[in-house]
Design a protein around this ligand. Structure first.
Ligand code: HEC
Ligand code: HEC
Length: 453
């Protein structure tokens, strides 16, 4: 093993044996960890919930799965008039991740954010500018009698990358064309494709102290490692001020409460006390105006609690020699500079089960320039068109089991973990090159490590 590693280790004299192995624990989610590698791995309540908390979690589960219908109706009215899907679970199947549609499939668990370009003299960090008649998200479905805003056609351009040892890897680059828009879209519209993120372990991420996250930020790259994690600051509608962004592919939502309310609003057309104006407001077609929120504060709270308290699946095969080799390679290729293996949570008010936990999320919750190939060219508050939040890697080896696919990255373009790595550019250029220069045995070990998460 050491021979293999030192063969491509011309720069650093560090011997393999002394390469720090940062995490050997199976407890990815601290005391919220569950030992379940089945298709339920993402949808199990944290095992350390009290009886009353478990009850609240299960109430939230029911709401997360509830199908909404057109008002007026006895149960779950308020859908639309324009929307992307009718329930949370339809996009976050088994609390896992979405994917782009296959040829001839309709969009289910992927959506497009829209905006107009900012004026050249706009202040840094402004919210995205809505597109007149469309808002900031393309709603591809609508209730009876209302036109959907339109949809998108995806086609892929294939390209080939050859690693140093001559292995050819096929990558696909997505191209998007708007179709069936109910009125013309302005030419300069910016679009950001996003697949649904998984929703387990999120209370832990919300409980990471802000100071801890900011300690990893290095916007001006003072330490000269080429990596300059940057916090996003986004509008918090409850506090009425800009606060640290944590959720969404660009850390574009500050709290789980607001993320959930925004999902009801943007994805399902359902108002809550946080977002009282219908997403169709300002459109010439039908606009519903209600004085009371379509989803109550009680429901909003239990759904938020539900996504705060889903367990994190334990790591598997941590003592497997190949996995251990992959762990060392992960550290050596600087993956751990952004995908921070271990963090400690602070206190999240009202959610003791996620407070004061040692966790292995493999994220720094910060934004990174990932290069032109991954860019969506649509700024989102302080995130530029090339920046994305480091996604947590916990549970990534179970996505296939849970969701039946291995589509990764914000737009699901990667068809497996190696493709996801080989799209890394920008601040992760050095990491990608390190992987390109690995032998097949080493690349297999790196993947085995990721699959153990
Ligand atoms: C049309 C599909 C769709 C529906 C319906 C939907 N989501 Fe999502 N969800 C997404 C996408 C896409 C993202 C990533 C959004 C982004 O990057 O801005 C996301 C992100 C999230 C996140 C943040 C995850 C993270 O790691 O940052 C949470 C929490 C969430 N959704 C909860 C919900 C809840 C609760 C509902 C129902 C009220 C819901 N979602 C409905 C597609 C959907
Ligand atoms: C500069 C920070 C940075 C470094 C270094 C880095 N990553 Fe990432 N990684 C990211 C970001 C940001 C994304 C999301 C990009 C996107 O979706 O367009 C990502 C995405 C991923 C994904 C897909 C995750 C998902 O949920 O779809 C995997 C797997 C991954 N990285 C593994 C690695 C490995 C292995 C290395 C080292 C060879 C590495 N990363 C190095 C920042 C980084």
């Amino acid at each position: 093993m050491s021979i293999l590693l030192s063969a491509c280790d011309s720069e650093s004299p560090v011997a393999v044996e002394s390469t720090p192995v940062f995490s050997t624990s199976e407890f990815s989610g601290g005391e919220t960890t569950i030992f379940d590698a089945s298709s339920h791995a993402f949808s199990t309540p944290a095992p350390n919930l009290s009886a009353s908390s478990l009850e609240k979690h299960l109430e939230g589960d029911v709401e997360f799965e509830a199908n909404f219908v057109t008002a007026p109706a006895e149960v779950n009215p308020g859908l639309g008039p324009i929307y992307n899907n009718i329930s949370c679970i339809n996009c976050h199947a088994r609390d896992g991740r979405g994917r782009p549609p296959k040829v001839d499939e309709k969009f289910v668990s992927m959506l497009f954010r829209l905006s107009l370009p900012k004026r050249a003299d706009a202040m840094n960090g402004q919210p995205p500018i809505p597109v007149p008649g469309f808002g900031t998200q393309l709603n591809n479905r609508a209730i009876f009698g209302t036109a959907p805003e339109g949809t998108v056609k995806i086609d892929y351009t294939e390209q080939t990358l050859t690693t140093t040892d001559g292995t050819r890897v096929h990558l696909r680059y997505p191209n998007y064309t708007f179709t069936e828009t109910y009125q013309p879209l302005p030419e300069e519209v910016e679009l950001s494709p996003r697949v649904a993120l998984s929703v387990f372990g999120l209370g832990l991420l919300e409980a990471i102290p802000e100071d801890t996250i900011l300690a990893y930020a290095d916007e001006a790259d003072v330490n000269g490692d080429g990596i300059s994690g940057k916090p996003n600051y986004v509008w918090d509608v409850v506090q009425q001020r800009y606060t640290l962004g944590r959720f969404g592919w660009k850390a574009n939502q500050p709290t789980l409460l607001q993320q959930v309310a925004a999902a009801y609003h943007d994805d399902m057309g359902i108002t809550t006390s946080l977002f009282m104006t219908e997403s169709s407001a300002g459109q010439l077609q039908l606009t519903e105006h209600g004085a009371t929120p379509e989803v109550s504060d009680e429901i909003l709270e239990v759904v938020t609690f539900y996504v705060q308290t889903l367990a994190v699946p334990a790591r598997r095969n941590v003592d497997d020699p190949q996995v251990k080799q992959g762990e060392q390679l992960f550290a050596k290729a600087q993956c751990a500079s952004c995908h921070i293996p271990m963090l400690r949570t602070g206190v999240l008010a009202g959610v003791p089960s996620v407070s004061n936990q040692t966790i292995q999320p493999f994220t720094d919750m910060l934004l990174h320039d990932m290069g032109p190939d991954l860019a969506d060219n649509r700024p989102d508050f302080h995130a530029t068109g090339r920046e994305w939040r480091t996604p947590p890697l916990w549970g990534i080896g179970l996505v296939k089991r849970v969701n039946g696919h291995t589509n990764f990255l914000h737009d699901g373009r990667a068809r497996d973990l190696m493709e996801a790595i080989l799209w890394h550019g920008g601040e992760a250029e050095v990491s990608r090159q390190a992987v390109e220069q690995m032998s097949k045995v080493e690349r297999d070990a790196l993947i085995a490590f990721l699959e153990s998460l």
